[in-house]
Design a protein around this ligand. Structure first.
Ligand code: FAD
Ligand code: UDP
Length: 367
């Protein structure tokens, strides 16, 4: 079989590139080992009719207008601001930590100014916070770190926060105002009819063929292509020749309830209780009206699908060896969260795929 571009993985990265390249007249074949498109953003209506996210909550947000406009070609939006709570000391407190969190937790009535002063007093003075513990204690001190971050992080990653890059816990900012939204990006919305519907539109082009239930390994010698776009784990591509890159996985426990809602918020985190990290009721943010609901508990795991690259220096060193090999392959492009071994959000992935697609298209057209 012949194609212009062979794409491994029908996730966000693969679909963006396929969509752009197909519009430029190139023939695309996507091979996907799962039985559906959408990668980890896949959603579906479950057995009781509730729209659920199969692989954990996917809250779309971006500050990049070009990313929002790009997706807007394929979907209308349900505009929503995401709210997350943490169950700490028997109370549901808002996350990221903000003025309300601290006042409710300690029964205080501090002003923003007073909270800034207090943080200044209790924070540990660390000049260049270099890991996921230091970055938090240098902002809010040890007690708050222990209540909100230590337990969650060790559960999620099975590592001490000290062993993780600062960028991991730095994803959760600290605020001294009352803004209790999880994110403050300019564009925050969910695809009105779900991610999968949006992906179906992105891939609906006569130049795009998709082979589901197909591992790249099984077909790689049977397909002739000009360019290969690989969005799977980079270590697997090279048969783990520099050793396995560690990934963190999750087990999802879905539970249906024959009532409209189960909890008050779309996400409640449990840093200090239970073996799961969070309970997600995505119906709060999809905008679906339905008499029933579904919740998902997330249990972190070592084994299973590689959901999270683990941001730590020692892993970066291994990754760099793979990257050097990757750079030698002129016809292969490594794109996306697993192929670049980075903890990327959807909007970053789209932005990078859009930028890369131009080069890939030009090179394939010249071939
Ligand atoms: P993927 O979605 O991983 O797609 C790669 C695809 O390649 C997969 O479908 C895989 O099956 C396929 N594949 C791999 N190897 C092979 C092979 N050998 N042969 C064939 N196919 C193969 N981002 C946000 O912006 N907001 C969020 O709220 C958010 N929440 C998240 C929650 C969880 C639990 C996780 C895991 C991620 C979350 N993300 C979120 C990140 C988001 O999922 C990613 O940024 C995005 O899905 C990355 O797209 P991708 O195409 O690079 O990778
Ligand atoms: N985190 C934490 N406590 C929380 C929420 C997050 O310690 O209640 C830390 C934890 O290390 C987590 C990281 O911040 O892995 C990033 O959280 P985010 O909600 O962005 O994780 P994701 O949705 O990507 O799993």
């Amino acid at each position: 079989m012949k194609t212009d571009i062979l794409i491994v993985g029908a996730g966000l990265s693969g679909l963006v590139i396929a969509n752009r390249a197909a519009k430029n007249g190139l023939k695309i074949l996507i091979v996907e080992k799962r039985n559906h498109i959408g990668g980890n953003c896949y959603d579906y209506y479950n057995e009781i009719g509730v729209l659920v996210h199969k692989y954990g909550p996917h809250y779309f947000r971006t500050n990049k207008k070009e990313v929002f406009d790009y997706l807007s070609q394929f979907t209308e939006w349900h505009y929503v601001q995401y709210k997350v709570k943490a169950y700490v000391d028997g109370k549901l407190l808002s996350l990221p930590i903000n003025l309300n969190t601290i006042n409710e937790m300690y029964g205080l009535n501090l002003s923003s100014f007073e909270l800034r002063e207090w943080f200044e007093e209790i924070r540990e003075k660390i000049d260049n916070p270099g890991n996921s513990e230091e970055i938090v204690v240098s902002k809010v001190g040890r007690e708050i770190y222990e209540k909100f971050f230590y337990g969650y992080t060790t559960k999620q990653w099975s590592l001490e926060p000290k062993e993780l890059d600062a960028s991991v816990t730095a994803r959760i900012p600290v605020r001294t105002n009352r803004d209790d939204r999880y994110f403050t990006d300019k564009y925050q919305a969910m695809p009105k009819y779900g991610y999968t519907k949006m992906f179906e539109k992105m891939s609906a082009h006569p130049n795009i063929k998709i082979l589901l239930n197909t591992n790249f390994k099984e077909i790689k010698d049977e397909i002739k292509y000009k360019k290969l776009v690989y969005t799977g784990p980079i270590d697997e591509f090279f048969d783990f020749k520099f050793g396995k890159l560690p990934y963190r996985s999750l087990k999802f426990e879905h539970e249906n309830y024959f009532q409209e809602f189960y909890q008050e918020y779309s996400q409640i985190n449990y840093p200090n209780d239970y073996d799961f990290t969070r309970v997600v009721e995505i119906k709060h943010v999809t905008g679906q009206k339905h008499p029933y609901t579904t919740i998902v508990r997330e249990y972190p795991a070592n084994e299973g699908e590689p959901y999270y690259p683990i941001p730590a220096q020692k892993n970066k060193k291994i990754y760099n060896k793979y990257r050097e090999e990757a750079e030698k392959l002129k016809n292969v492009y490594f794109i996306g969260r697993l192929a670049s071994y980075r903890y990327l959000n959807m909007d970053q992935v789209i932005d990078e795929a859009l930028k890369a697609s131009q080069k890939i298209i030009n090179n394939a057209l010249e071939f």
